[in-house]
Design a protein around this ligand. Structure first.
Ligand SMILES: [Zn+2]
Length: 83
């Protein structure tokens, strides 16, 4: 996916790309969840180039944490990170 580089709002990890298990060939859309591959924390794509990701609201985070595919991704990231 081509989109502007951005950094994790939690750990500062830099990203230049993203992938979605459901739509691997599509750019992320506004409101899509982003999971940092380094720290496993959640963010939300805004669809804006200037401010590419934001922190989820409490309601959004609660909803994400009920989504099994998101939970599996978080567990996968957190189990493979080196520290
Ligand atoms: Zn991170």
């Amino acid at each position: 996916m081509d989109h502007p580089p951005y950094h994790c709002l939690h750990c500062g990890h830099g990203f230049t790309g993203s992938t979605s298990p459901d739509f691997p060939n599509e750019a992320p859309r506004a409101g899509d969840v982003a999971i940092c591959i380094r720290c496993g924390e959640l963010m939300v794509f805004t669809g804006e180039h200037d401010r590419f990701v934001r922190l989820p609201s409490e309601d959004e985070e609660a909803a994400f944490m009920k989504d099994e595919s998101i939970l599996h991704a978080i567990v996968a990231v957190r189990s493979t990170r080196s520290h």
